[in-house]
Design a protein around this ligand. Sequence first.
Ligand SMILES: NC(=O)c1ccc[n+]([C@@H]2O[C@H](COP(=O)([O-])OP(=O)(O)OC[C@H]3O[C@@H](n4cnc5c(N)ncnc54)[C@H](OP(=O)(O)O)[C@@H]3O)[C@@H](O)[C@H]2O)c1
Length: 314
Amino acid sequence: MATRRSSKGPAAAALPRERRAHYPIAIVGPGALGLHYAARLARVMPTALVARSTARAAQLRAGVTVGARRLRPHAYGPENLPSADWVIILVKAQDSLPAARVAARMAPKGVLSLQNGLVEELLRKRLAGIRAAQGVTTEGAYRERGRIVPAGHGETLMPRGYAPLARMLRRAGFEVRIERDLAAARLRKLLVNVSINPVAALFRVPNGRVIEAPYAHFARELTDEAAAVLAAEGLRIGATQAWERVVAVARATANNRASMLQDIVAGRRTEIDFLTGALIRLAARHRIAVPTHRAFYRLIRLLEQSKSERRAAT
Ligand SMILES: NC(=O)c1ccc[n+]([C@@H]2O[C@H](COP(=O)([O-])OP(=O)(O)OC[C@H]3O[C@@H](n4cnc5c(N)ncnc54)[C@H](OP(=O)(O)O)[C@@H]3O)[C@@H](O)[C@H]2O)c1
């Protein structure tokens, strides 16, 4: 991969600010999904990858396996950022603010989050003056023993105004759609996430089990409550249709372990505040009771805390 203004590759990262490297596209967050996007993009254009630290960037530059290929990304830490035309944010929702700060420093034409949870408002506030939106992706990838495993093709949705970014992603082989009603698409994804992930994480079961007895009872209650809230938000969806959607996704991803489950098992913070927490905030706005979501929210937070307490004690 070569940079557009410099042919020195990763070493260009050390150049003084006024001569910093420039990329058509940068990805903030070199995790499972960030590396999946970066690996495909890097085959067709210079792609910058921004890590949490300089040390992590150096590790990545040494190489990382994505699918069947070894990727040696143009990785940067926050101290020596390149500039970029378009930035995609793929950190976990709770890391959105520092990621947005980093994105702004790359002076982009636009920033697109492809995160789960509801983060658009937060990103727009932090990126005032820069085009910013939260898209939706059904691409999937997970980490396994130090490598990234792509988990099936999906679709990437973004709003109007992002056509140049859409073209770049299509060149890299992604299926991309410019979506007029992105808010509705985000709410539909939220419905599925808040109905499956907390059940999978609490009972430590793969997605497919969530819609089977005895777990289906909880998933159905979460779906019914969420459907009422999302309908009040303007989403055209009834309880039956909502449940059919949840069942279809659980079946299509039956063997997957939800990211919330993976986070709980690994002792990491989950995205619960931006998923169930976001739904609870919407419910409060519409004065709709969501007791099952509140219970699952508390239980997942308890699990997160007990894990971090156990880690602190060792
Ligand atoms: N994986 C999927 O299949 C999938 C599908 C759809 C949507 N999503 C959503 O996409 C987002 C990313 O998911 P993921 O599975 O890729 O998570 P992940 O594997 O945990 O990756 C997140 C990455 O962000 C990095 N990071 C955190 N703070 C950062 C910062 N300030 N600057 C740069 N990098 C930073 C983390 O670095 P450290 O490792 O150093 O902490 C980590 O590498 C989430 O919102 C998720 O819900 C994921």
